[in-house]
Ligand binder design. Structure first.
Ligand SMILES: [Fe+2]
Ligand SMILES: [Fe+2]
Length: 333
């Protein structure tokens, strides 16, 4: 779902020194992309474009997979069979998103093992939103509404990303994210309209905890996103972090009114002159703390992914042994 970390790369990925030939090739590449052309894996591309995409797509893939963890622990506790099947389907979708995205990143020449190694060693990031705990059933609906909702805002422009395999993956992913957002909203709506006072309070509490981290999913303010301008020029990004965040806030205000929940921001109000809602300051110190590994669940989330990798070693070994056997059989035939 989730691509916030795309702008949190260190400055060492900024444009490298090039010779005249490379600079000319890069200028031609940028002109092609600016004219709306898509880039396929076999096409020439600047090394920095390739690195940026590997970083962004692999972080996106990691986020899809880590994102299953906060929801997975609610499958057995979903209140009805209907909610359980919906949640199972959603979590399976997220696994599928992770797989499409690892495959898309592999077309750039980096293996899945290398990407996972980067995740497990802490070098690669995933969306910081998944380092928050899911404390009640209302958290699951709220994740669907706000977190998948923010993911859609982020990802719809990526269906026009200049790197074609990523753009193609995003078309299907966005359709599924739309279902995720709706199931979350529906789950909250039922509790708000037909539930008890305690259920309504549970929903409000979940919204209070998830609202601000959801706004952080769009990444740091434009002024603090040193890689954004380059990504916009390359057609990787189509809208800036602040533009996307504003669209999300504007959409959520109306949805919150329908639900009957209060968004936890006393400064949230319509600004007639701007044609948008103003909102209060985001606690970026918290964002950087969580991205830096010190959120409530960072250790638990990464630990779960490393354990899944270790526990799956026998499956990988068996698959490799089978493949070797097949090759030997074919060679002997
Ligand atoms: Fe997803
Ligand atoms: Fe999703």
């Amino acid at each position: 779902m989730y691509t916030q970390a795309m702008d949190t790369a260190p400055p060492d990925v900024l444009a490298p020194v090039r010779n005249a030939d490379e600079a000319a090739r890069e200028a031609a590449f940028e002109a092609r992309v600016a004219a709306g052309a898509f880039v396929e894996p076999q096409d020439w591309m600047p090394a920095h474009y390739r690195r940026t995409l590997v970083r962004q797509i692999s972080q996106h893939a990691h986020s899809e997979c880590v994102g299953m963890l906060p929801e997975g622990n609610w499958v057995t506790r979903a209140p009805t069979l209907k909610r359980k099947t919906i949640l199972l389907a959603k979590i399976q979708d997220e696994a599928g998103h992770g797989l499409y995205l690892y495959a898309a990143a592999e077309t750039l020449g980096t293996s899945r093992d290398e990407m996972l190694q980067a995740l497990h060693s802490g070098k690669a990031k995933y969306s910081s939103i998944f380092n928050y705990p899911t404390l009640s059933w209302a958290d699951i609906g709220t994740i669907g509404w706000l977190v998948d909702g923010a993911a859609i805002m982020n990802q719809v422009p990526l269906t026009r990303c200049s790197y074609a395999p990523y753009a193609r993956a995003m078309v299907r992913v966005c359709r599924e994210e739309s279902f995720h957002q709706r199931q979350g909203f529906d789950s909250l709506l039922v509790m708000m309209k037909e539930g008890s006072e305690a259920q309504r309070a549970m929903v409000q509490d979940a919204v209070d905890r998830w609202w601000w981290p959801s706004l952080m999913m769009f990444g740091p303010p434009d002024a603090d996103s040193p890689n954004s301008a380059q990504s916009m020029r390359w057609g990787i990004k189509r809208l800036s972090n602040d533009e996307l965040r504003q669209k999300f806030v504007d959409a959520c205000v109306e949805q919150a009114r329908v639900l009957g929940v209060t968004l936890p921001d006393p400064e949230l109000k319509w600004n007639e002159a701007r044609g948008h809602h103003d909102f209060g300051p985001i606690d970026w110190a918290e964002f950087w703390r969580v991205v830096g590994g010190h959120g409530p669940c960072n250790t638990e989330r990464l630990g779960a992914r490393v354990k899944a990798w270790d526990d799956g070693a026998w499956v990988r070994d068996a698959a490799l042994a089978h493949a070797r056997k097949q090759i030997m059989k074919e060679a002997a035939a």
